[in-house]
Write a protein that binds this ligand. Sequence first.
Ligand code: CS2
Length: 475
Amino acid sequence: MSSAVHQNGANLRTATLPRLGSSQRTAPKPPVRIVHLGLGAFHRSHQAWYTQHAGDAAEWGIAAFTGRRPDAAVALAEQDGLYTVVERSDSGDTFELITSIVEAVDGADVGRLAELLAAPATAVVTLTITEAGYGLGRDGELDTSAPAVASDIAELGKPDVGTPSTPLGRLVLGLAARRSAGNGPIAVVCCDNLADNGAVARRAVLGMAHAVDAGLADWIGANASFVSTSVDRITPRTTPSDVDAVSAACGYLDESPVVTEPFRNWVLSGDFPAGRPQWEDAGAMFVAEIEPYENRKLWLLNGAHSLLAYAGRLRGHATVAEALADTKCRAAVEAFWDEAAEHLTTPGLDIPAYRAALLERFGNSRIAHHLSQIAMDGSTKLRLRALPVLQAERAAGRTGEGAARMIAAWMDYVSATVAASEELADPLADEAARTAALPVSERVPGLLRLLDPQLADDMGVTSLVVGLLGTFTDR
Ligand code: CS2
């Protein structure tokens, strides 16, 4: 079917369909007890899905705030917060209406955020603000000199509190409002792909609060429980044809559906001093020791994703499934997994089964997961996905070539992006682009320095990476 015919067919159908909205709610809205920062597709396919499937879902409504732009909140608010989750497997689609988001708010509305965080009923704040959103520098501490962070610190220090623009600044503003209201403890649940992510969120929030008001930092330290979680559900960006598929199957027009894989996983560790939904009813796991689960997911899934993103783009592929079908990319993934597996030895992790499941998930060709989306923010992601395996391998007396190949592929991808005058999406884009233009003897240590200064001084690592450049460009 040509796209013009497809478009016309879609237009004809959607023109006559009712828009998804409050009339489709069959039960009263649950009260807001969860505030979410980072309203995007992943939040909607994951935490909102789990909340809907908790046994006590009727008591837990989510107010979800967007990050940089209001668009997702505007579109969802027009549908009274309702949207469809499309679970897409190799054998077909299933459709489910999600009702757990009861308020969709422009992130710039810090007044509403403060009001909700100050409310006694609010018990949980969940975060999907991206890995780079925690503003941590190469030393793992909040980089208070970064312009957006510095500007939020200045805003928060104003007598009338001002209008912070980063999610971190907005969260600090909300927690300050809770402190003023005297409404006591709350759980902050980090749902971004970072190791020990509760501790990362804690360092970032306390770092910002401390720069504004030491008393506020003390209050947050004593009253906010930072919960660590490992989150998993592959959720690519929604496309216009997804909207059409929902119209055809559900008989309503949903402008904000989310397409995701059937698989999902959520492991959590930490306290919820003001209560939480019974997410375990939906399959979430509460554990005392989260690190082995986090590392398994971050290294095997996210690590392979980043490797496929850079190697795959260099070899002309567009999606994860396409890249995995390329034997050169697949072999690089298996070699990296072999190295990572050496350091995933906690009993019960069942690495062979996990790897087999990943191959199946990545190979789901009906999920068009674009490599360009995964390739973003490489300098932050590689610190979490490649470096720990490289360092562990070298500490064990081996080269770490599988992990180094991911780093070399990233460098080649950065160089190719800059050479093609395309935009590099990375918090260190300017520095990376400048460095990528240097001769190889300066480029490799320069780019390594953006990941970790010590690596750049390690001649063994530098020469290993130099030797691996071109792996995916020399055909
Ligand atoms: C991906 C993740 O974009 C990326 O960096 O690796 O978003 C990945 O799809 C999710 O973590 C899967 O749970």
